[in-house]
Design a protein around this ligand. Structure first.
Ligand code: ZN
Length: 108
């Protein structure tokens, strides 16, 4: 299964402000936000953690650790990453699309 994680690239200031705003809401409000996606606990069983598994995903703004660019990690991309790609739960998008792409090209 391959899929490009292209969404959230070059977000508008409005989108970034909204992602920032919902990150500060009460979890109950976050859960009912339109960008919220419910998590599937059955697909998170690979995660061996003493922490609490997420109940839902939210669009999340982050700054690239390499170049500082702000992008948004979409709720649906997080769901795919954790539940289909079986990513580690502590993993977060930390680099922007351009930096990840540059890294990939160096590796090949
Ligand atoms: Zn970057």
């Amino acid at each position: 299964m391959s899929r490009k994680l292209d969404t959230g690239r070059n977000p508008s200031l409005k989108e970034l402000a909204e992602a920032d705003r919902i990150s500060k809401l009460h979890p109950v409000q976050q859960k009912h936000h339109p960008s919220s996606l419910p998590a599937d606990p059955d697909k998170l069983k690979h995660i061996n953690t003493y922490g609490v598994l997420p109940e839902f995903y939210l669009d999340r703004a982050f700054s690239c650790r390499a170049c500082g660019k702000q992008e948004i990690w979409r709720a649906r991309d997080q769901k795919w990453y954790y539940e289909e790609a079986k990513g580690h739960i502590d993993a977060m998008a930390v680099e922007c699309h351009n930096c990840r792409k540059a890294k990939k090209q160096q590796q090949t």
